[in-house]
Design a protein around this ligand. Structure first.
Ligand code: DGL
Length: 260
């Protein structure tokens, strides 16, 4: 296997980023680690997230990754700078699309859905003060979205009710753009679009991150039949059942791995 791109997340959310990377770079091998046994990261302390992300990174390094995508906003906030200072390879992280949202809002109010860890970080406050000081930014942590995606529940009545409960208050408060600032949330985008209606803009960062990965990739592999390996620290049969739903365009090898 020529050097793969490594991707990590607290669980299944980063697969939304994997799908975007696969669209832009269909000839690259990919190794993904989803830390579902430790999910959610979003309610954990930054130091704890950072320790865990270093363990996952060591594991991806053993696979000879040429780049690592931190496909988790919470992990990016907690660890990306320390990762860059420690490991000799490029890291691409996530950032909620606050800046693009400021360019399309008509009402001057933007809603940001993200995890507690992402919204509490100094990095987020800096992002808002640097790029969105002229507009109103309302934030809302949605841990129940993460639970839905981890459970593979993207369409049930219960999922719809949760999406209504989390998004309608932001729209009622005047937001005409919703930023999906957690990599789990794009899997609920069809439901969010239905609930929010056609007048509300919805932005996530997956595609932009895939473009950044393509532009920063140290070498292109050009594999005719690339390999995809997805490891989970969680339940393997649950992963097997959910891969066709979450990643319908690839046929990955799946494995369970406990990271001590
Ligand atoms: N996917 C992760 C993110 O982008 C968060 C989910 C979690 O709380 O673990 O922040």
């Amino acid at each position: 296997m020529t050097s793969p791109i490594g991707i990590l997340d607290s669980g299944l959310g980063g697969l939304s980023v994997l799908n975007e990377i696969h669209k832009v770079l269909p000839n690259e091998n990919i190794v993904y680690f989803g830390d579902s046994a430790w999910c959610p990261y979003g309610s954990r302390h930054g130091d704890e997230i950072q320790d865990r992300v270093f363990k996952v990174t060591d594991f991806l390094m053993e696979h000879g990754c040429k780049m690592i995508v931190v496909a988790c906003n919470s992990a990016t906030i907690a660890a990306v700078e320390a990762l860059r200072a420690t490991y000799p390879l490029p890291f691409v992280g996530m950032e909620p699309a606050v800046k693009p949202a400021t360019m399309i809002t008509q009402s001057g109010t933007v809603g940001v859905l993200a995890t507690e860890a992402s919204l509490a970080g100094e990095k987020f406050h800096r992002l808002v003060s640097d790029h969105a000081s002229e507009i109103k930014v309302i934030t809302r942590p949605c841990p129940r979205f993460v639970d839905l995606v981890e459970a593979g529940d993207l369409t049930s009545d219960r999922a719809r009710t949760i999406v209504e409960e989390e998004t309608l208050p932001l729209i009622e408060a005047g937001a005409d753009v919703l930023v999906l600032g957690c990599t789990h949330y794009p899997f609920l985008r069809p439901l969010i679009e239905q609930v929010a209606g056609p007048d509300i803009g919805i932005i996530d960062t997956g595609e932009a991150v895939a473009q950044r990965v393509a532009s920063q990739l140290p070498t292109h592999s050009g594999c005719a039949s690339p390999q995809y390996k997805i490891f989970t620290s969680g339940n393997l049969s649950h992963l097997k059942n959910n891969i066709p739903l979450l990643c319908p365009h690839i046929t990955p090898e799946l494995a369970h791995l406990d990271l001590a």
